[in-house]
Design a protein around this ligand. Structure first.
Ligand code: SAH
Ligand code: SF4
Length: 361
């Protein structure tokens, strides 16, 4: 497609679906124009800082069976774990002392009272230990309004719940067809999070089997329509012990999946100028410089892994997940160097909340 057409679309205030499809299908020259525009918007609206969210992969115990995920309940090959309270607090201490200012607690989905209470208790302890100075994000799947409220009251301020695929027909192909894997429940959980006062983050996987460019255009429009505060998107990466592995021959090449993921980040930055967008670990799995590239074209959040190393191998959502044997300090040094290479600076000691969330208020 000719460059002038891409330029013409990029000048518009809003993109419709067919324009997004043209942008997503653009060739290398078009891609450069998109990336340049996204970088310019990023600089102007969110600036040059990248904020750290120390990631604690709290537990791989999961009641669900998503067809893409390596830690799905049905995968019997895994050692199941949860990080002890002391280990979590140690990781938090590291983050706090190193001025990370924010944390993400992520795990498989569980709804038992025991689990809910253990998270509430942990939130209270983290806040007591850090004088409420930590910005806390949760990523613990779909929960009831009551649970979301309880965790918010205990100090969680942001929540990540990827819609995974905003097309409900596609969603059905990626999940078992039952009540625990219901598209409407997931969508409703996003609305509940907004209602409970969280900064709401969502996202999709890119390059999934059965997914089309039209679907991705609709995903971007979905984010805009929902008016999300934060996004985390990355390429889908196959995992041997999952049902979707049988479709591996139908997937785009890893390079194409990566390129498309980068385009999704850049386009979302252009469309939603002041939200927070993560440079995800999955980006780095497919390209050694994946996170740096994402930062250049729109991302402003990075999640250094603080999970104790002994558990990391048991939290393989997908194949070839990087950084599974690096201690927190090595991870910090590595990311500092990487962010420096991207020409960005680290917002140490700052929460780096979604500007979009504040601007809405
Ligand atoms: N259980 C929670 C949080 C942990 S899973 C939840 O599902 O919301 C975190 C994310 O990992 C998921 O949202 C999914 O988008 C991503 N993920 C899982 N399997 C993946 C795979 N094979 N490739 C890429 N991302 C994957
Ligand atoms: Fe569980 Fe989340 Fe993996 Fe689904 S994506 S199986 S809910 S950890």
């Amino acid at each position: 497609m000719d460059d002038n057409r891409i330029k013409e679309i990029l000048q518009k205030e809003e993109f419709n679906k067919s324009e997004l499809i043209e942008l997503l299908n653009s060739d290398d020259a078009g891609k450069k124009l998109i990336f340049a525009k996204a970088a310019e918007i990023k600089e102007k609206y969110v600036g040059n800082k990248v904020y750290f969210r120390g990631l604690i992969e709290f537990s791989n115990i999961c009641a669900k069976n998503c067809y893409y995920c390596g830690i799905r309940g049905g995968n019997k090959k895994l050692q199941r774990y949860y990080v002890t309270e002391n280990e979590v607090l140690e990781a938090v201490k590291y983050a706090w002392e190193n001025k990370y200012a924010s944390l993400v607690i992520q795990a498989g989905e569980r709804k038992s009272k025991k689990f809910v209470d253990s998270i509430t208790n942990l939130l209270q302890k983290i806040n007591a230990m850090t004088n409420n100075e930590m910005g806390i994000t949760l990523s613990l799947g779909e929960q009831s309004e009551e649970t979301f409220m309880k965790w918010h009251a205990a100090g969680a301020r942001r929540y990540l719940l990827r819609i995974e695929a905003s097309n409900r027909e596609l969603y059905k192909k990626l999940h078992p067809n039952n009540k625990t894997h219901d598209f409407d429940t997931r969508l409703n959980a996003l609305h509940l999070l907004r209602k409970c006062g969280y900064q709401v983050g969502t996202g999709v996987m890119i390059g999934l089997p059965f997914q089309t460019i039209e679907d991705l255009a609709d995903d971007l429009l979905f984010f805009k329509e929902f008016d999300i505060d934060m996004a985390g998107m990355g390429p889908y990466i196959e995992h041997e012990d999952t049902p979707l592995y049988q479709y591996r021959d139908q997937l785009m090449s890893k390079k194409d999946r990566f390129d498309l993921s980068l385009k999704m980040v850049a386009l979302l930055r252009i469309m939603m100028k002041d939200i927070n967008i993560a440079a995800t670990t999955a980006m780095q799995t497919l390209d050694k410089m994946g996170r740096e590239k994402a930062i250049k074209v729109g991302s402003n959040i990075i999640m250094p892994n603080l999970t104790p190393v002994k558990y990391r191998e048991s939290y393989l959502l997908y194949e070839d997940k990087p950084c599974i044997d690096e201690e927190a300090s090595e991870c910090k040094n590595c990311l500092e160097a990487r962010i420096h290479i991207s020409g960005a600076e680290i917002g140490y000691g700052e929460w780096g909340d979604s500007k979009h969330f504040k601007n809405r208020r």
